[in-house]
Design a protein around this ligand. Structure first.
Ligand code: TYD
Ligand code: MG
Length: 459
């Protein structure tokens, strides 16, 4: 019998090590290494899992063929019917793909899936495996949410071997595992939820899905304390990973693709958690932009690009004389390094010194902005707070600022301006490179070449 090999795996990035160490040398996280026992060998495995160690996650060994000969018909997508979910997935579920839905416990993963599946089950065969809740609990929730309950098949099981056995008989088009943290695979001795169980169970199920062309949806909890294996260790074997997160206002949930082999990443879907379940928010700009008409200093609206659509969000800055020796720079929803860079540019090219000021900047609504297009908004918000001079509430700004103080164009400029105009904004400060060729109805464009020109608008 093959000897069990012990390895250590980082629960954050999935890197493997032969010895335990305090810090993961790959992702530099501390205390994330967990013991991982590899499966002993192929003994007692069902047919499709024979010698599974030597097969990729994609399962079967296939013949060599030219790329143009590959049959693409099977790639047709299954539309879930929940628009925001479909968009985040890149247009629906792809056959034979494995999708991971991550999020903190209570985020609404089970609710979202139950709503999706009850509707999908009318056209497709769907098997919902619940390892956490009892079948009665799930049925009760479906009843309370007024969902059609006739067609959805449900199973309470935590052994992946049993699940694949049932699936082979039932041949569902979609198989949902809720959640991977309670599943256990044969030959693995550690407790469910440990890295080895999570990884082996997911590999087992993924292999099954790829070989049978089933759509596999895996639910994974993300916990901060690391006592359960984070879904990060699965990211390389699944095709798409989407995260359901609650934003600042706990009623709203954002669904974001972290990885997607079949669509754009960073696509954002927005839901509201009501007592009737999750409801799509078709026009998210309106919720992140819940402002009064009165203008206040330090507050500026910008347009960020989320996946395939624009999103209007508000930036707030507070600049105040520092009371401690060292000025503080705090950025919520924004990279602190970027904030420091903006302050340096503001000093050098705008002649605005903030070295004796605490600077706080906050992206309203709990959205995280990774785009450089927000540079101009953060700089103007900071200046507006420093001078206590509000910018009119119907102004919107966007643009990247270079280290030489130049304002650079950003992608999709025209669409951003159109979105702002749609929400009633009357003036847009934009990079000169984003100046539209034709005027846009209802909004005046103020193109700026450099930081100095932009700052003139606040003087
Ligand atoms: P759930 O889907 O069980 O979360 P997860 O599977 O991600 O752990 O969602 C549970 C939360 O959602 C719970 O805190 C209550 C809330 N909720 C509502 O507010 N309204 C509803 O209709 C439902 C079903 C849940
Ligand atoms: Mg759940």
């Amino acid at each position: 019998m093959a000897k069990t090999k012990i390895q250590f795996v980082c629960t954050d990035c999935g890197a493997e090590f032969s010895k335990w160490q305090g810090q993961c040398t790959e992702c530099k996280a501390w205390n994330t290494l967990k013991e991982f026992k590899e499966a002993k060998g192929p003994a007692n495995r069902p047919d499709f899992q024979q010698d599974a160690r030597f097969k990729g996650y994609a399962g079967t060994h296939s013949k060599v063929q030219s790329l143009s000969d590959v049959n693409l018909d099977e790639q047709a997508r299954l539309v879930t019917g929940i628009g925001e979910f479909d968009r985040v997935l890149g247009g629906g579920l792809v056959n034979g793909s494995a999708v991971l839905i991550g999020g903190h416990p209570g985020a609404g993963k089970s609710t979202l899936l139950l709503q999706t599946l009850c509707h999908l089950a009318k056209q497709q065969s769907v098997l919902y495996v619940t390892g956490e809740e009892s079948v009665q609990q799930v049925a009760l929730r479906a009843k309370r949410l007024n969902l059609p309950r006739d067609d959805l098949k449900i199973l309470s099981e935590t052994s992946v071997e049993a699940i694949t056995e049932v699936s082979k008989e039932l041949t569902p088009r979609i198989l949902v595992i809720d959640s991977i943290q309670v599943m256990h695979a044969p030959d693995i001795e550690s407790a469910p939820g440990s890295v080895s169980q999570v990884r082996e169970s997911a590999a087992w199920l993924t292999r099954f899905a790829k070989q049978t062309g089933t759509v596999l949806i895996i639910v994974g909890h993300v916990t901060k304390d690391g006592s359960l294996a984070g879904p990060k260790v699965l990211e390389h074997m699944i095709d798409a990973s989407v995260m359901l997160e609650s934003s600042g206002d706990s009623r709203f949930r954002t669904l974001r693709a972290i990885k997607n082999r079949f669509g754009a990443v960073n696509e954002l879907g927005v839901f509201a958690m009501l007592d009737t379940g999750l409801k799509e928010v078709k026009n998210p700009s309106s919720i992140f932009l819940n402002r009064s008409d009165e203008s206040s200093s330090g507050s500026i609206v910008t347009v960020v690009w989320e996946g395939t659509r624009p999103l209007l969000i508000e930036f707030q800055a507070l600049v105040d004389g520092t009371t401690m020796g060292h000025p503080r720079r705090v950025a919520v929803g924004l990279d602190t390094n970027r904030l420091n860079m903006m302050l340096a540019i503001l000093n050098r090219h705008g002649g605005v010194f903030t070295g004796d000021q605490d600077v706080f900047i906050n992206v309203v609504g709990g959205v995280r902005v990774n785009e450089t297009a927000a540079d101009l908004a953060s700089v103007l918000a900071i200046l507006s707070s420093l001078r206590d001079k509000p910018l009119p509430s119907d102004w919107v700004v966007f643009g990247e600022i270079g280290l030489n103080g130049e304002v650079r164009p950003v992608p999709n400029g025209q669409e951003r301006i159109v979105e702002a105009a749609k929400h009633g904004f009357r003036k847009a400060i934009v990079p000169i490179g984003n100046k539209p060729r034709k005027p846009i109805d209802g909004i005046t464009i103020v193109p700026v070449k450099n930081l100095d020109e932009a700052l003139q608008r606040l003087r």
